[in-house]
Design a protein around this ligand. Sequence first.
Ligand SMILES: Cc1ncc(COP(=O)(O)O)c(C=O)c1O
Length: 200
Amino acid sequence: MSSLLQPLLVPDRLMLGPGPSNVPPRILAAGGRQLIGHIHEEMFQIMDEIKVGIQYAFQTQNALTLAISGTGHCAMEAALLNTVEPGDAVLVAVNGIWGERAVDVSQRLGADIHQLVKPAGEYFTLKEIEEGLAQHMPSLLFITHGESSTGVVQPLDGLGDLCHRFNCLLLVDAVASLGGTPILMDQQGEQDSKTFNLYY
Ligand SMILES: Cc1ncc(COP(=O)(O)O)c(C=O)c1O
């Protein structure tokens, strides 16, 4: 209990791993600002500015671009929960732990799961994905852009068009790659209300 009466001591550490990482002072300072309420007028402006920033980061004009405060798992769960109904066929590209995690989450949602499995360290070719889509006819394809368990970057070019040809939603996990390698979301195929791309 006496430790609760002491000031919190957090040392400065230089962190050079994949995460956690050091936070730039400008962002630390922003986090130290006073709170405002979620219905204050200024909050709407701040949220709009955040939306423009996310649209830039993902290179998209998609109007349904929003910030959800939470972890990468929170984004993963939000994305799958809002796109998968019990019994839906879902194809998950598994070449590391993030594909495996998407299988776990989809399983709990009652999806009819099919896995496209490659050894850790490899990525999927368009042809392999096309064969998987043709075989399973899923309503959603999950794929990890930056598989942080191995360091593999999954090429995304052509994937949106391919999925849409099979009437399938494309869900991309970019938690570990956003900001590290270009993500050109709007170049990944024409989208309409039934066949859209979802990135987090
Ligand atoms: C590719 C990928 N997806 C999802 C996550 C989960 O993110 P979080 O640890 O913030 O829940 C991570 C975390 O390392 C990740 O690398």
